[in-house]
Ligand binder design. Sequence first.
Ligand SMILES: Cc1cc2nc3c(=O)[nH]c(=O)nc-3n(C[C@H](O)[C@H](O)[C@H](O)COP(=O)(O)O)c2cc1C
Length: 203
Amino acid sequence: MPAPTPRLLAFAGSLRSGSYNRRLVHVLADGARASGADVTLIELRDHPLPLYDGDIEAAGMPDGVRVLQQLVREHDGLLVSTPEYNGSIPALVKNTLDWISRPMADGRSGTTLFTDKVAGIVSASPGPAGGLRSLIVLRDALAKLGLVVVPQQVAVGLAAERLPETGVLTDEPLRAGVHGVGAAAARLAQAQALLRASAEVAA
Ligand SMILES: Cc1cc2nc3c(=O)[nH]c(=O)nc-3n(C[C@H](O)[C@H](O)[C@H](O)COP(=O)(O)O)c2cc1C
C-alpha cells in the first residue's frame, strides 16, 4: 500500500491582523510541507462562531460549525499556533474546539472527527516565555478530544523582535525547532493515516 500524503489543517488562535501566531503558524506549516504534508491554512476570522450556547445549537447548528467539522474530517491532523491569555489558551481556541466537538449532522459526536488524528502545537508571545503555559493547556485539551499531540513543541518568546512583519522567524534554532514540530506532525499523521487505511482494507 503506497504511503498516503498526510493532510494537516493549520490555524492560529488569534483574530488580529498583526498576530504573531499567524506568522508562526506559517513557519510551522512550512516545516510540515518540507516533510511531505499537504497543509491547508485557514483563518478563524473566516469562520466566525458565536460563544458556545446550547440554545443556539438547539435552534440550529451554525453553518460555520459544519464547515469546520468538514475541514477536520478531510484532514489527518491539526497544526496550531496559540497565544497565551492569562496562562491559558484564548477563548477563541477553546470555543472553536468545543463547537467542532458537538454532534454532526448524522448525529455522531464531533469528537470522533479528532480520534487518533495528530496535532503539532507551538505558541508565540511578546513576553520572554513565549506562551509556554498555553501549550500545556492546549496539549491537554487536544488529547482529551482524542488527538495524539507530538511531543515536540516550541514557545517563541520576544515575538515582536523574532517574528517581524516579513514572517521570517529570525532565530535560527527556534525556526529549526518549529519546523521540527511540523515535520513530526507530518510523519506521525502519515503513519496514522496508513494505519487507518490498513484497518479499512482489513474490515
Ligand atoms: C487577555 C490577554 C491576556 C494575556 N495574557 C498573557 C499571558 O498570560 N502570557 C503572555 O505571554 N502574554 C499574554 N498576553 C499577551 C499576548 O501574548 C499578546 O497579546 C500576543 O500578541 C497575542 O498573540 P497574537 O499576536 O497572535 O495575537 C495577553 C493578552 C491578552 C489580550
